[in-house]
Design a protein around this ligand. Structure first.
Ligand SMILES: [Zn+2]
Length: 357
């Protein structure tokens, strides 16, 4: 059976976890000195490794290896990875958010671990709990049961009552840097026997936007294409418009050619590109122009091949900083408004018309 890459390559040990070194250091130290807390709050945007880290901690607490824990290989580690270790319970608060769910949990925690050293409760999206559920849960946190560890994960810590937050060790997960994601992709491609251009991996990493999970879903899409993976493959598979289109539309904006810019945009959409993705990429193009305008070696800052930098340089030299900054603001406003709009295309067309003025 086919397994999604983000499942197939889920980290088994702390060494495999990408881009959260500050958290790994703290947890490893607590595990080594036997000073693991009874409640943690893992905060961070989606795909940054909160649930993965929670499982790693659960494994470490129940791992039977004499060496570094988790080993990822002992019976307990493997059972936790497979999701069938009785003392590690994962709850999705989005679907188990009632006070009754928490009451059941409170009764359960009174029993000692059945086979492991510690019972671990991983509660995902914990901010979805109802107010009564939070109140019931608070009592558990106030009188923490022996040999039980709670790991609360959330993308939105501000929605949690302060009383809950203050009883947890809070760890903030960061967006994973592009170069870390790219390194991870290179390793995975090698293991899968997929040949991929560095440019292709860089573009994938750029579009992962700091989330390893999102990045792996993108890689999943591209990995099935067969043959050597190039930047162009990634562009067409993900619906990312090529650099030429951005050079053309920027030229039209600079020439105040409103009709031309709108036509180019319409062409891009007719090829099946997403309007929002196009707007994000257009903003990135203007950013590249800005960086190229002010730096000698822009490829150290922006993710473009040296050939593309050269192609952009003459355009960057010809544009005024005023036009670049106006355009970035116009696209950024359109993107912000488009989040709440069912018709993002119109907002982006409006932005293009403003940029051409
Ligand atoms: Zn182990």
């Amino acid at each position: 059976m086919y397994q999604a890459l983000y499942r197939a390559f889920r980290p088994e040990t702390f060494g495999d976890l990408a881009g959260q070194d500050h958290i790994v250091r703290i947890l490893k130290n607590q595990i080594a000195t036997d000073s693991v807390g009874h409640a943690y709050l893992f905060c961070g945007t989606r795909g940054t490794g909160k649930t993965t880290t929670a499982r790693l901690l659960a494994k470490a607490l129940n791992c039977t290896s004499e060496g570094e824990r988790p080993c990822g290989e002992c019976e307990n580690c493997r059972a936790i990875a497979a999701g069938n270790f009785i003392d590690v319970v994962e709850l999705d608060a989005a679907s188990n958010n009632s006070v009754d769910d928490i009451r059941t949990l409170r009764e359960e925690v009174n029993f000692p671990p059945a086979v492991g050293r510690k019972k671990v409760y991983i509660i995902d999206e914990v901010h979805m709990l109802s107010t009564q559920a939070f109140n019931a849960f608070l009592k558990t946190l106030e009188e923490p049961p022996k040999d039980t560890v709670f790991i609360l994960c959330t993308t939105d810590p501000n929605k949690l009552p302060a009383t809950i937050q203050s009883r947890c060790i809070r760890l903030d997960f960061r967006r994973v840097p592009e170069n870390v994601i790219r390194d991870r992709f290179r390793t995975i491609c090698k293991k899968l026997g997929i040949e991929a251009d560095e440019d292709a991996l860089a573009l994938l990493a750029e579009n992962a936007d700091g989330s390893v999970r999102d990045g792996l879903s993108l890689l999943d899409l591209c990995a099935g294409a067969g043959g050597k993976l190039t930047r162009q493959d990634v562009q067409s598979l993900l619906g990312i418009a090529g650099t030429e289109v951005f050079i053309r539309i920027t030229g039209q904006i600079a020439a105040k050619d409103t009709a031309g810019a709108l036509t180019t945009f319409a062409e891009v959409l007719s090829e099946g590109k997403e309007p929002l993705q196009f707007a994000k990429d257009l903003m990135e193009h203007f950013r590249s122009l800005m960086i190229i305008k002010f730096t000698e070696r822009p490829e150290e800052i922006i993710n473009l091949s040296p050939e593309n930098v050269e192609r952009l340089r003459s355009q960057a030299d010809a544009l005024s900083m005023d036009l670049i900054s106006r355009s970035i603001r116009a696209v950024s406003d359109a993107l912000a408004d488009a989040r709440w709009s069912s018709r993002p295309r119109i907002l982006i067309e409006l932005a293009l018309i403003e940029m051409c003025r």
